[in-house]
Ligand binder design. Structure first.
Ligand code: TRP
Length: 334
């Protein structure tokens, strides 16, 4: 890898991804990989912290790999791999565990939320999740981490652990910066626009999945909740229309002013169809390319294999340094 800064990102293979995930993360990766050395992981070990059907987890790992590729990740330019293929992640997580305090983990918002949601399965992995995430990031001497707003606390912990380790054992880790994209946090439910769009919404019409075909996309937008008057403008009093405008502008690269002018005097019906078409136009080619790639498992396995080899070389450089600093005798090889 050349001297560009390292960017690390990971997504869990936990099933559906919405257009919120696309706008907040996936969409930006293609461009970012030109300016940074991109390291992109399928965070399969993180997914195990809530109960999984093994066959479905395996399928989702291929799905997400194909989706990364379909969104424009170039496996020659960037490193694309499965977290579980590079054991340095769990090894570093262990070392970081020895400098992390239980209180730091038990007060994490996401841990508290997930403990409530998965009352029957509050496991150590769920609590330790942010430490594994810190290991993901710190192993690559990452400088930039694009994240959703919900991961801000976790990134803060990664920074704290990096600084703590460096202070205790000498300069070892780069301290990463987070980057929260503009639209990342703002795509709301189509049914209840006061709430964030979520793939786990029981109402399937509340979100647009990256797997929705154009007919489904149009149908869902047709049903999207709007507001009582019929003026198409962005306003905090009009959460439904404002959300649709946000989505429309994100998918068309237009400003609110341009979109408002375009739909001045038009009805909600026309507007909703236009939003649906703009979204379908962008995500349909991705869906098709993803499905094409899924038909070629051998290729996906090859991509993951090469990715793991490249990731491993980078990761072990850091891990060896860490092992040495803390006083472990390095294994002699060859
Ligand atoms: N926890 C992240 C999420 O659910 C996924 C993730 C795992 C991640 N490791 C990471 C994100 C490292 C950024 C950096 O969104």
């Amino acid at each position: 890898m050349d001297e560009k800064k390292i960017l690390f990102s990971a997504i869990q293979p936990s099933g559906i991804l919405t257009i919120g995930n696309y706008l907040g993360a996936l969409r930006n990766f293609k461009k970012l990989q030109d300016d940074y050395n991109g390291v992109f992981a399928v965070a399969d070990l993180h997914t195990l912290t809530v109960k999984q059907d093994p066959a479905i987890l395996r399928k989702n790992t291929y799905e997400l790999t194909a989706l990364y590729l379909a969104c424009g990740i170039d496996p020659e330019k960037s490193v694309l791999f499965a977290q579980s293929h590079v054991s340095a992640h769990t090894e570093l997580a262990w070392i970081l565990n020895t400098i992390c305090y239980p209180g730091e983990l038990s007060r994490m918002t996401q841990f508290k939320d997930k403990s409530q949601k998965h009352e029957d399965n509050i496991n150590m992995g769920l609590m330790d999740y942010p430490v594994l995430m810190a290991a993901d990031i710190l192993l690559y001497q990452t400088e930039l981490v694009p994240i959703g707003a919900d991961q801000k606390q976790h990134l803060e912990l990664a920074r704290d652990l990096a600084i703590r380790f460096n202070n205790r054992f000498g300069e070892t880790f780069k301290v990463p910066e987070g980057y929260i994209g503009k639209t990342a946090a703002r795509v709301m439910s189509l049914a209840e626009p006061e709430r964030k769009m979520s793939k786990s919404d029981a109402n399937l019409n509340a979100f647009i999945s990256m797997d929705d075909d154009p007919d489904t996309v149009l149908r869902k937008f047709k049903r999207a909740v709007t507001d009582s008057d019929d003026k198409i403008c962005y306003s905090p009093e009009k959460p439904g229309i404002s959300n649709l405008l946000t989505i429309y502008c994100a998918f068309t690269d237009k400003t609110f002013e341009q979109a408002e002018a375009e739909f001045a005097g038009k009805g909600y019906g026309d507007f909703k169809m236009a939003v649906g078409r703009a979204v379908a136009e962008k995500i349909e080619p991705i869906r098709q390319e993803k499905n094409r790639l899924l038909g070629d498992k051998a290729y996906l396995d090859e991509v993951l294999k090469n990715g793991a080899e490249r990731a491993e070389r980078l990761a072990y450089r850091t891990l060896n340094k860490v092992y040495k600093k803390v006083g472990l005798v390095l294994r002699k090889r060859g």
